[in-house]
Design a protein around this ligand. Structure first.
Ligand code: SF4
Ligand code: ZN
Ligand code: ZN
Length: 312
């Protein structure tokens, strides 16, 4: 029997290859929670009186983040925690995830706000996908629309709720994949911007923070399993086999051979970022002519996308 390297009393159930630790269930959960606490304090993500809104899709990462933050925030009685779910309008997928998100919020006693594409933009994602498909032209994918419209919906919901921070569940895997994608696309500005705590560049933008950006996805999944957290696990019907998936596979293969390489990529980016930030001139934001939201051009991205859809 392999014993836990921390408490030395119980049988180990998880092997952290990058650190050599072998952990029992209890020590694993405690180490995960202290890792998130460490990330929060390292990047100064929260103030003791912050009103924090967690973006909860219903998937394992976001539901787990909500559970961990509820635990951490108990030590800060002046802080307030709430959750938001964006219902994109994906039949058989998001409606199920929404139920799971609701159930978790009820269980934890966290206020839950639901906003939807239909309410905000007049269309569900299913309708948008039908409109794209009718055009029979190669162009933007459902995920491109979904990502842009969801980011806007989250910011609007957080702003309307009057919160100070919007916490998202981007894991170490998400972050390293995004970094490599940005390198492939030569997008220095995005690398400069994709920080664990995003710089607020307009008063209408709520500050976004990523408390699990230093936690591997596999460990989030194991924590959810040990804590018996209920989450939705079926994949989105529009999930595509995009470049991101190939990068995920490549990083997982590398991690198998070179334990800890995801952390290496993450730390390298943290080191390179200040140079990129100095190079990248912050874009001046103005108000969108149509909806009044912050944008670099005259029309914001969501308005541009919706306008193009209606033209066809
Ligand atoms: Fe949206 Fe794409 Fe995610 Fe589905 S897979 S929820 S379409 S971003
Ligand atoms: Zn132990
Ligand atoms: Zn607009």
């Amino acid at each position: 029997m392999v014993m836990c390297t921390l408490c030395k009393r119980k049988e180990a159930v998880f092997m952290r290859r990058y650190s050599g630790e072998k952990l029992c269930g209890r020590c694993f959960c405690k180490s995960m929670e202290s890792k998130v606490r460490g990330t929060i304090s390292k990047y100064e993500m929260f103030e003791p009186k912050d009103r924090i809104m967690v973006a909860v899709s219903g998937g394992k990462d976001s539901v787990t983040l909500l559970h961990i933050l509820t635990k951490i925030e108990k030590a800060f009685p002046d802080a307030a925690l709430s959750a938001v779910t964006v219902d994109e309008g994906i039949k058989g997928y998001r409606d199920e995830a929404l139920k799971v998100a609701k159930k978790n919020c009820q269980k934890l006693g966290v206020e839950h706000v639901v906003t939807s594409f239909k309410e905000m933009y007049g269309y569900e994602l299913d309708e948008i996908v039908n409109m794209i498909r009718q055009r029979k032209k190669k162009g933007l994918t459902p995920c491109s629309y979904c990502g842009v419209l969801r980011r806007r919906a989250l910011n609007t919901a957080a702003r309307e709720a009057g919160v100070d921070k919007l916490a998202t569940a981007h894991s170490l895997d998400d972050e390293t994949q995004t970094m490599l994608l940005n390198i492939i696309h030569g997008d220095a500005l995005r690398i400069a911007r994709a920080k664990p705590v995003l710089t607020v560049i307009h008063p209408k933008l709520v500050q976004r923070v990523k408390p699990v950006c230093e936690v591997p996805e596999k460990e989030i999944a194991f924590y959810a399993y040990l804590r018996r957290i209920e989450f939705q696990s079926i994949p989105c019907p529009y999930a595509q086999t995009a470049l991101r998936n190939d990068i995920r596979t490549m990083l997982n293969r590398l991690e198998e051979k070179h334990a800890g390489i995801k952390f290496t990529v993450f730390r390298s980016m943290e080191r390179i970022r200040p140079a990129l930030e100095a190079m990248a001139e912050e874009a001046k934001l103005q108000n969108c002519r149509k909806c009044g939201e912050p944008t670099v051009g005259k029309l914001c991205k969501p308005c541009q996308m919706l306008q193009e859809l209606r033209v066809f």
